[in-house]
Design a protein. Structure first.
Length: 259
């Protein structure tokens, strides 16, 4: 397995490397987020161990780039001195797989790494596919299909729905969704997020009959959840068919432009 360590403090970087190396994994070390991006663009990794406070590009910005560009893989483990609960929650909700506060105990780092690498191995067996309800999301091809029918999405719409698929069943705040999709917190008065949520709901035909529901939770945020299949009465089944994904031309207002 290949492990990328992103740490600007050489002492901490070597400490993490000394833990990883005896486990038989290949290690690559870089000292800032921009170097990490260049490597991740060209080489596959199974796990990224990253500090939050990095030069040029923060660990959180690197996490955002990984999830937006590469999808659910590689696994990301934060090892950082930032210990506030709000920081931990923000990182986990934005797509981090685990979070360890410095100074770390060797046995704990080994245990968490092994758990993430086992999960990465299982995920690779499915080739980046996430199946939920009647939908299949392919994080490699950046596509979403409903019963085999591919749905046309803009890059930003895919980023948005992929974030929900990767956090299925979780209640996600507007702040976390905004940062994870746009890389920044949107202005409270902006309707950008609401517009994208509406368009994704319509395009994907997110409805109970298709097995998924994207719910708004007042003052809290959004949740994409699986809806158990319901058995239709035989008399009713002939009159109802599953909701179909809508094409942009069917409903998009003329001249509407958005991010």
């Amino acid at each position: 397995m290949r492990v990328l360590i992103v740490e600007d403090d050489p002492v901490h970087a070597k400490s993490a490397a000394r833990v990883v190396e005896p486990l038989g994994h290949e290690i690559v070390e870089v000292s800032d987020g921009e170097q990490a991006v260049r490597l991740l663009r060209s080489e596959p990794f199974d796990l990224v161990i990253v500090d939050w406070l990095l030069p040029r590009m923060t660990g959180f910005e690197l996490l955002y780039w990984i999830r937006r560009t590469l999808g659910a893989s590689p696994a990301v483990l934060f090892v950082t001195s930032k210990s506030l609960e709000d920081d931990i929650v923000l990182a986990m909700e934005a797509g981090a797989d685990d979070y360890l506060v410095k100074p770390f105990r060797v046995a704990e780092l080994v245990s968490r790494m092994n758990a993430l690498l086992r999960r990465a191995t299982r995920g690779n067996e499915h080739g980046g596919l996430i199946c939920a309800g009647e939908y299949v999301l392919d994080s490699v091809e950046r596509t979403v299909s409903l019963r085999g029918q591919r749905i046309e999405l803009t890059p930003k719409e895919f980023d948005l729905i992929a974030f929900f698929f990767n956090n299925l069943g979780k209640l996600l705040s507007r702040k976390v969704v905004s940062i994870s999709t746009w890389g920044r917190e949107l202005d409270p008065a902006s309707r950008t997020l609401d517009t994208h949520i509406y368009r994704v709901r319509q395009k994907l035909a997110l409805a109970p009959e298709n097995g998924l529901r994207l719910s708004s939770v007042y003052t809290h945020g959004y949740r994409l959840e699986v809806v158990p299949a319901r058995t239709l009465h035989p008399a009713a089944s002939s009159h109802h068919s599953p909701a179909q994904p809508m094409q942009a031309a069917q409903w998009a207002p003329a001249g509407l432009a958005y991010e």
